[in-house]
Structure formats: structure tokens, C-alpha cells
Design a protein around this ligand. Structure first.
Ligand code: ATP
Length: 364
């Protein structure tokens, strides 16, 4: 557990960056810090690993004040991930990850071996190991940043806007993978974000800051939505509240999805057109898993992989109505693809499925 006890930070110019902050981040859970720009989120985070020293108050790690701790030992307990990953440009991916273990005294061979394990853990293929950061996408770099922070197997993770520098589709994927990873590793995590949707999606609890470095409310996402402390919190989290609430509504087990005709890459476009019937779009699958939609009006002979529209996100059948809506909206034909736990195609849904009043909504 990470506890803030009456923590303040003042700067010489009179700025009050953080004002008497008290709250705890529970063990094994994700706590999100969110609030308007300049309200002290990053300062609060950086006071935990003492990149910034508090002006007054205490921060405790499992009951132990950080103030008296040896800085090296303190930082060894804490993984730190920042925006843009902060990778060393002249080192390979493997060596970037290995750095942390080397600093902690591992041999070069052991550190490099550990780096490969972590690469897999964060969902990157081993073929990336010898690449340099500039040869990776923004999302891949961010995963390497997470792998590097995990290399010393820290008990605590501090993450400062780790997903904000990538486009919305990649951000969504990174968030989903991050939640999967956290189910495996169960770290005590504090993450700063600007994005209230991200806070509500990832947080077991969300700390809402108000201007002047003060804490407005800390509570679970559902509680924040249902019982905001005051008008500031209600307004801050309340924008598009209905849409946001979909994140807490499960896709109903009795949803009747539409069975789609499906094709595999390589078949003739004529055959694809026949299967598509009235529709312009037909779904392409491979090994039962969806790849994307194919526009059968294309002037082509065969269905080639590079002509498939790959932009759609897929909703897991046990997912949320928000995921279902994102799947619908990201489909070029507004037919949202639903998959099972093995990523196999089950059926499609439309926007009517998302807003059907007949579903009994379950709040998770
Ligand atoms: N070295 C400094 N000297 C004076 N003021 C500072 C210093 N560092 C930060 N501040 C101020 O402290 C306040 C809190 O900054 P902080 O970076 O923690 O906010 P934030 O909530 O993380 O903002 P953002 O969301 O924009 O990143 C801001 O008003 C900032 O200008």
C-alpha cells in the first residue's frame, strides 16, 4: 500500500503544487490520478520515488516512511513508466529492458534472458529484441517501457500518462493489454492520466484532483459516477456520462448476434460478392478469427490480404457495452464484430443492440 499523509509541495515562487493530500493506494490495485492540467498529479507521483521531495507530510510504503529510506533501495522497489517510454535510442530493445536488471546487480547474461521473458509478457514478439526504439511504433515503444519498469520485479509501479502519446485505437489496445497484464502481476499501481475515460476504465479507484493541488474525491469508478462528492467532481466526470456508463454495463448473455457470411483471404472476389448478397462488405476470417471487412465492390480478381479493412476493434462476448459500441463504430459497415475468449468470431451486433432497453443492465 502507498499512503499519502497530509502531503504538500510548495515552490519558492509561491506555487502550491500539492495541498495537504491524504489518501491510500491499496496493494495489488490500480489507482488513477486525474484532474485538470496543473493540479498536481505528476508532482504527487514523483514525490513517491522522491524525484521531488515533499515540503511537508509523509508518504508511506507498506507503512514505512519513504523519507528516511536509501534512495537506491527505494527506487528499486518502484517501477517508473513515463510518456513516450523514455527509451535509450542507441540501445536495442533487449538492452533497454536489461538495463534495470543490470542496475540491480544481475549478470549481463541473466539480465538479457530476463529481458526476453518480459518482452513476451508485454505482448511483443522476440523478433523485436534486436531492434532499436526508432524501429518500433509508439505503442510498441510504450510496451518496452513497461517491460523495462517490470525488470526489477518492483512491488510498486508509477506510470505518468503512459498511453497518451499514441493514437486512440492503439491506446485502447494498450489499455486492454495492461489490464490483462495486471491480472497476472497484481502490482500496486498509481497512474496519472488526463483522460477521464482512461481513469474510469483502468482504475480500481480514481483520485480526482481539483485546481490548487487538492484532492476532490477518491472512490471506485462506479461510486464516482453514482455519488460524486460535489459539483466539481460531477462536472469533471459527468461529461458524456451516459456513454461512460456503458463501460460498466456488461454485454448481456442473451444477446442475439447476427450470423455473418464469412470468407477467407485468397478466394475470388466474385465468390465473395455472391456471399455478401446485398451488402458492400463481407467479413474476412482466418482460422475462425476475424481479420476485418472486405469491400466487394473493389475491382479485383481475388481477395488479397492488403485490401482488407483492418480498422475494426472486436468486442469480447463477456465484455462491456462500451466495447460493443466501439466495435460497431469502428466497423466500416457499422456491424460490430463479437469474438469469444479465443478471439474466434461469434457474430455481429448493431448500435440497436447497444442501446436495447430490453437488456437488464448489470453494474460490475
Ligand atoms: N519547479 C517548479 N517550480 C514552480 N512551480 C512548479 C514547478 N514544477 C511544477 N510546478 C507547478 O506545480 C503545479 C502542479 O504541476 P504538475 O506537473 O504536478 O501538474 P499536473 O496535474 O501533472 O499537470 P498536467 O496535467 O498539465 O501534466 C503546476 O501549477 C506547475 O506549474
Amino acid at each position: 500500500m502507498i499512503s499519502f499523509e497530509n502531503i504538500s509541495k510548495f515552490y519558492a515562487d509561491g506555487t502550491v503544487a500539492v495541498d495537504r493530500l491524504s489518501f491510500s493506494a491499496p496493494t495489488g490495485k490500480i489507482t488513477m490520478l486525474v484532474g485538470p492540467s496543473g493540479c498536481g498529479k505528476t508532482t504527487s507521483l514523483r514525490m513517491i520515488n522522491r524525484l521531488i521531495e515533499p515540503s511537508s507530510g509523509s508518504i508511506l510504503l507498506n507503512g514505512q516512511p519513504t523519507a528516511g529510506m536509501d534512495l537506491v533501495k527505494l527506487r528499486r522497489k518502484i517501477g517508473y513508466v513515463i510518456q513516450n517510454a523514455g527509451l535509450f535510442p542507441h540501445k536495442t530493445v533487449q538492452d533497454n529492458i536489461a538495463v534495470t536488471a543490470l542496475l540491480n546487480g544481475a549478470t549481463r547474461t541473466a539480465a538479457r534472458k530476463k529481458a526476453l521473458e518480459l518482452l513476451e509478457l508485454v505482448g511483443l514478439s522476440l523478433s523485436m529484441a534486436e531492434r532499436y526504439p526508432w524501429q518500433l511504433s509508439g505503442g510498441q515503444q510504450q510496451r518496452v517501457g513497461v517491460a523495462r519498469a517490470l525488470a526489477s520485479d518492483p512491488e510498486f509501479m508509477l506510470m505518468d500518462e503512459p498511453f497518451s502519446a499514441v493514437d486512440p485505437v492503439v491506446r485502447e489496445q494498450l489499455q486492454d493489454e495492461f489490464l490483462r497484464l495486471q491480472r497476472e502481476i497484481g502490482k500496486t499501481i498509481i497512474m496519472v492520466t488526463h483522460d477521464i475515460d482512461e481513469a474510469m476504465k483502468l482504475g480500481d479507484q480514481v483520485a480526482v484532483f481539483r485546481p490548487g493541488g487538492r484532492l476532490a474525491q477518491v472512490a471506485s469508478p462506479v461510486k464516482l459516477l453514482n455519488e460524486p462528492q460535489d459539483a466539481f467532481v460531477a462536472d469533471f466526470i459527468g461529461r458524456d456520462r451516459g456513454y461512460r456508463k456503458l463501460s460498466f454495463d456488461s454485454i448481456p448473455g442473451n444477446i442475439s448476434l447476427t450470423k455473418e457470411p464469412v470468407i477467407e483471404p485468397g478466394i475470388s472476389v466474385n465468390a465473395a460478392r455472391a456471399l455478401a448478397g446485398e451488402s458492400t462488405w463481407v467479413l474476412v476470417i482466418e482460422n475462425e478469427c476475424p481479420l476485418g471487412w472486405y469491400d466487394v465492390t473493389q475491382n479485383k480478381i481475388t481477395v488479397d490480404a492488403e485490401d482488407i479493412n483492418l480498422g475494426s476493434t472486436f468486442a469480447p462476448k463477456n465484455g462491456t457495452l462500451r466495447q460493443l459500441m466501439d466495435a460497431v463504430l469502428s466497423s466500416p459497415c457499422q456491424r460490430g464484430i463479437v469474438v469469444d475468449e479465443h478471439q474466434r468470431f461469434i457474430g455481429t451486433a448493431t448500435i440497436e443492440h447497444v442501446f436495447s432497453p430490453s437488456y437488464s443492465r448489470t453494474v460490475r
